[in-house]
Write a protein that binds this ligand. Sequence first.
Ligand code: F0G
Length: 481
Amino acid sequence: MEDHVYQQCINADCRADYAVDDVLFACRRCGSLLDVVYDWDKVNVPGSLAFFEQRWGTAGRDLVGRADYSGVWRFRELLPFARLEDIVTVGEGRTTLQQADRLGLDLNMKPGSLFLQYEGFNPSGSFKDNGMAAGFTMARRLGRRRVACASTGNTSASMAMFASMAAPAGEPSVQGIVFVGSGKIAFGKLSQTLDHGALTLQIDGDFDACMRRVLEMSDKLGIYLLNSLNPFRLEGQKTIMYRVLEGLDWQVPDWIIAPGGNLGNSSAFGKAFLELHHLGLVDRVPRLAIINASGANTLYDMVNERGLCWNAGRVDHDAIADHYRRMDETGQRARTVASAIEIGRPVNLTKALRALDVMDGVVRQIDDETILDHKAMVGRYGYSCEPASAASVAGLHLLLDEGVISKSERVVCVLTGHSLKDPDATVKYHTGIDVKAAKWPDPVPPTGKRSNHPVEVADDLAAICKAIGELAPEEAQGPRN
Ligand code: F0G
């Protein structure tokens, strides 16, 4: 076992340890989620966060220069699982905190109170690139050349982009395999995934069905899973919070507000602050608000209606299982215009409960109409985001109205994805034209030399494995033609 980093089960009654190179996505003993854990005494951590400023703006072409240019890897001492020689970067995470006074004024906030962490500026247009940089670094370390994810669109766009760039020229390419629900992902995201050459399997089901299948398939075929169940991905997403602090001259804000889907981001934020506090690099921790869409409100329901909590690492798993059983029995499915967060069974639920505990958090739900109104509000002041991202600003509005957040507190809303990811939602909101409902001519089979047509496949493991075996064999050398 490498002596400063290992994986550990988050269940306080188990805490099984695993080596850093062990490929697993749940504890073998109890099935709980895993953390990447460091023995910080053996890591050379800078004494102050201001240390990281010296790297901002550098762009050398060697390994160190490329790592310094990345908004993830310039904080590498705080995610020290990565060996420099394994680092994969596409220039992700060069996002900055934006002071949004005019938007804040519209919400009756004092100038200097509202900030937006605009992750839509990432190379693939969403925050996922932070996590993929870390996930692909691990895949490289492990020598994996086939990677997979289930997605509501942004994970797949980011994974497909990284897969197409991860291997240096002369090395075999990395094959991305993507599971999406038929008709469930916005076209902007689907178009990225196809262009970057991922094998795109469209399953007749929703995100939760895709997640179940990708887990089975990756286990059966030994393909490296890059959903946020992979704890290394969350290491990359911690850096969003480092950049927030940097944008505030290393002062801690009062609130962080983020949309909640699969709950990877909020889990990563909780871990980031837990570690920074442990290391004495911050003197306090901000509060966290996680915002669900009302149509995909498992966390809201479990926390606010059923009182589920972290309980010092002893989460009531029976209550969660009960909830999912009831959802199945009543045919309850996630449904929201914010397709990115249309998720009924968030895989990081228990880690998000820890984040809520560490950051004295709250959970709220917002209906679709209010999400879209706030998306237009964000756009009106010069920032652009997709519907799921606007849930954070709508959540802020609600928490201001409730008096939970006061108008002079310092608040950071995370804008998770760019508005061009889902132009259909924007066009429909402003014009009433429903692009998805419009009558399309019968599709003509694609004839482009590099057309990468999605493959419709039954929601069936054997059919999926067969499709992958035929279309993405082990030694795949690049995108299909
Ligand atoms: N915002 C956007 C734009 C997203 O794409 C997602 C998740 C979230 C918020 C929620 O983040 O899962 O960390 O709670 N998208 C995933 C995907 C699920 O497949 O692209 P989370």
